[in-house]
Design a protein. Sequence first.
Length: 280
Amino acid sequence: MESYLPRRIVCLQPSATAILRDLGELDRVVACTRYCVDICPEAAQGRLIVSDSWTADTSQIQRAKPELVIAAVPYQEKAVNEILRAGCRFLGLAPRTLDDIYGDIAAIGGVVGASPRAGVLIEQMQREIESVRAKTSQMPRPRVFCEEWGKPVIASQPWVAELVEAAGGSFLGEPGKQIETETIRRADPDVLVAAWCGAGDRVPLEKLVQTRGWAEMKAVKAQRVYCIPDEFLNTPAPTLLRGLRALAAAIHPELFPPCECLRCIRLLSSSLPPSSRVIK
């Protein structure tokens, strides 16, 4: 049976690399993207760096001589064609919800012969999420807007909305859809969270507030505007638990300890240049 398991895997999306690492199967990965290395630094050692699911390149994939390619949305039709032209097994993922993510972990675990470990990993995620949900169940529910992109503004994915709800908040907007900045201003959320794809923890919170005319919003006046590194909210993998802890600390700081990956806006004065601080 072992002979049928892929020994050489190319990961075109960070979620696949993170899942394989957490399954104890990172040694099977022979090539991954630079975004995979951001979330899984140990993947940089001795592996080819290739283009991701959006810009996949047949020649790069073939150079790694894989037995399996794992990719995930977002795709371009051209990129999918490039993956298929490589001529090896292809596992394509398209998660939207937490249940989808659990299914992807189970699928990858099954492909590499690690189903029992995948089951444990899924149970660990579910247990921690439910623990946070139980702690916030009787608390007021601040209204929270989370965005995964800034130009245009796009609300975070459905799994982030689920995490916001578990962390004791009420998610504003339609997950994964574009929304106008004026619509957000009128909704006047209690908490704002920016986790831009590919931006890490570098979202310019002060500039964002100023250019959008959001200075009078509740969240801004209360200094409840946060940046969470995108790999902890936009990567559909067990790393979402770090994003959950950051969300919980932002939404209910009275219940949850400060989180090192949560950066908060700090507007000193209208007459002084803005700065930011990191909650440690």
